[in-house]
Design a protein around this ligand. Structure first.
Ligand SMILES: Nc1nc2c(ncn2[C@@H]2O[C@H](COP(=O)(O)OP(=O)(O)O)[C@@H](O)[C@H]2O)c(=O)[nH]1
Ligand SMILES: Nc1ncnc2c1ncn2[C@@H]1O[C@H](COP(=O)(O)OP(=O)(O)O)[C@@H](O)[C@H]1O
Length: 206
């Protein structure tokens, strides 16, 4: 089999710019694909089932948990989110690089399963700017934004557990930083092959 691909995990408080950065990165990097999570959150205006997320109801999500279909899952801002095995495992086995856009709880679970995963945390330049971005995005109501601002304090405190922290002040600078992290990990590829194969063997993925 091929050597498993690189696994990048990007987490951030809501509104920091994580989705925008990952989208821009994917446009620049054809070797990278993004994992589509399952969520019980309702779709926003332009979101499509199977593109941003797989939108499911809570009973379906809980049945997937029971069947052991998730590598990780967590409750975030009152909704359930999870990365299905199906979403990433075949692609990693084919040697493709995969990026997960998930919260810090999921990121830490992934690190337990895949020690070689690279954890990247995106910070906003300030609390004020974070609120402005949530308001400008115009997708969430006042109450939802307040919950996200409160949760952001807890989330940002977790940044120290991550391998890299990128401040998204100027978008192009943050994108450059993200690209650099991805490229540097690829340069380490050869030295990590053995460890990666061992993890996959231990998880019965080979
Ligand atoms: N643990 C976990 N968190 C996820 C997953 N998918 C998305 N999230 C996180 O859930 C949070 C809310 O995501 P979303 O509702 O899209 O809001 P947004 O971050 O404001 O765009 C974000 O921190 C996401 O990174 C997943 O599969 N697992
Ligand atoms: N560096 C930046 N400067 C100004 N606005 C930004 C920057 N990065 C992202 N944004 C904007 O902030 C809002 C939130 O970004 P988004 O990518 O949806 O965040 P997240 O996925 O972290 O919740 C969007 O309207 C986006 O266009």
């Amino acid at each position: 089999m091929e050597t498993p691909g690189n696994l990048f995990v990007v987490a951030a408080p809501s509104g920091a710019g994580k989705s925008s950065l990952v989208k821009a990165l994917l446009e620049l990097d054809s070797h990278l694909s993004v994992s589509i999570s399952h969520t019980t959150r309702k779709p926003r205006g332009q979101e499509q089932n199977g593109r941003e997320y797989w939108f499911v109801d809570e009973s379906e999500f809980r049945a997937m948990i029971e069947r052991g279909e998730f590598f990780e899952w967590a409750q975030v801002h009152g909704n359930l989110y999870g990365t299905s095995r199906k979403a990433i495992h075949e692609r990693l086995l084919r040697g493709e690089d995969v990026v997960l856009e998930i919260d810090y709880q999921g990121a830490l679970q992934i690190k337990q399963l895949f020690a070689y995963a690279v954890l990247i945390f995106i910070l906003p330049p300030s609390w004020d700017e974070l609120r402005q971005r949530l308001l400008r995005r115009g997708e969430d109501g006042h109450d939802v934004i307040e919950v996200r601002m409160q949760n952001a304090r807890v989330e940002v405190a977790q940044a120290r557990h991550f391998d890299f922290v990128i401040i998204n002040h100027l978008f192009e600078t943050a994108l450059f930083d993200l690209k650099t992290v991805v490229h540097s990990q690829r340069l380490k590829y050869v030295s990590q092959c053995r460890n990666r194969s061992q993890v996959f063997a231990a998880l019965d993925l080979l």
